[in-house]
Design a protein. Structure first.
Length: 377
């Protein structure tokens, strides 16, 4: 172990890695080699043949069986160090990761390939008051950045145009396919090795904060590391923005622990919250998604029940015999973004509402905001 970092702090640290592709593989491998023993992996994808040219943890057999990336990665990490504890979440960082779990991390490392995913990581980390390290790769170049609550915010750095472009995806799998079609050897694995190493190095500094606070090491917070493999150059540029009026980096505090669980009904949840807060009227704000009970066709107002979180509506429509042929512009969805005693489906559970395990609920009662942490699984 490098003497720069205290082994006890490293081994007891809790690190979440979001994304299990080329970067995620390198980051996870490095974390285990450095001695981190508590890791959470988040990814929703399966291993494919195209992953094998740039992913050290995956094999041909994994791709043929279309195994979940999180399951394979956890298995390989345990092989490297049986002492490591790995928790896997097969899901989307935007909706399936509870804020209560993020609050228990020392650092989050983003290995994702879209602005939207980075925005969602940033939103969670800012609410939880947890620093995160971002990485991005593309052919022969890559970047690494650090975002710390109160100092640097990804959303603030995007600017107005960037915020409009959040949905754009530029996955590295597309880069690989272009090179394969052209008969060229993809270099993504090399870039991933470089950027993944920088990300873990910066994460170690955040885990052992004394190295920064005492001036022994310098953090990338407020800066961006840029690697150019084509000309073998690197540079560090300023990358810092923190607008006091930005709603994305609002920290949810104080957070009160509760015994709420995702399997509880909404009626049970509201009753429990009323008792906890000692008030008569409470409202749970659905911050990350809405709940949709039905959609109607604009042409005839014919109603079709869907009863699902907003993120699942498109899939429900695609599976419906009548609705699947209608463009989205021809449909209207009836949605809820707040839940109180007037909500007509009080027997639904929090999970059915789309709230993940170990989340923190934003509750408004008597004109005041409260942040209630569900029982952390």
């Amino acid at each position: 172990m490098n003497s720069c970092f205290k082994q006890q702090k490293v081994s007891t640290a809790h690190v979440m890695v979001v994304g299990c592709g080329a970067l995620g593989n390198e980051v996870l491998k490095n974390l285990v080699l450095l001695g981190v023993e508590h890791i959470v992996i988040v990814d929703f994808d399966v291993v494919e043949m195209g992953n094998l040219s740039r992913s050290v943890l995956f094999s041909k057999a994994d791709a043929e069986a279309r195994r979940l990336k999180v399951d394979v990665a956890a298995e390989r990490l345990k092989n490297m160090n049986p002492a490591v504890e790995v928790r896997t979440i097969c899901g989307d960082i935007a909706y399936d990761v509870g804020l209560g779990l993020v609050r228990r991390m020392d650092v989050v490392i983003g290995c994702v390939d879209s602005r939207w995913a980075r925005y969602c990581i940033n939103r969670l980390c800012m609410r939880a008051g947890i620093p995160w390290v971002d990485g991005g790769i593309g052919e022969l170049e890559g970047t690494a950045r650090v975002f710390v609550p109160g100092q640097n915010c990804y959303a603030c750095n995007l600017g107005p145009e960037g915020l409009k472009d959040l949905a754009r995806r530029m996955p590295c799998a597309g880069v690989i396919r272009r090179h394969e079609e052209a008969g060229e050897a993809p270099t993504t694995s090399i870039t991933a090795s470089v950027i993944g190493a920088v990300q873990v190095q910066e994460a170690m500094k955040l885990i052992d904060r004394d190295t920064i606070d005492e001036g022994h090491l310098t953090s990338l917070c407020g800066k961006m590391f840029y690697y150019d493999g084509q000309h073998l150059t690197t540079r560090i540029v300023d990358f810092k923005a923190y607008d006091d009026d930005c709603p994305v980096h609002e920290q949810w505090s104080p957070v009160r622990p509760t015994h709420l669980m995702d399997k509880m009904t909404i009626a049970e949840t509201l009753a429990d919250i009323r008792q906890t807060l000692g008030t008569g009227q409470v409202c749970v704000c659905l911050e990350n998604d809405c709940f949709v009970d039905f959609v109607t066709e604009r042409s005839n107002d014919r109603r079709t029940d869907v009863m699902c979180p907003g993120r699942a509506v498109e899939q429900r429509v695609a599976q419906h015999a009548v609705l699947r042929g209608i463009p989205n512009s021809g449909l209207y969805q009836h949605e809820y973004r707040e839940v109180d005693e007037s909500f007509p489906y009080l027997t639904l559970t929090l999970a059915q509402l789309g709230i993940p395990v170990s989340d923190v609920l934003h509750v408004v009662a008597d004109g005041k905001d409260y942040y209630l942490e569900m029982n952390v699984a």
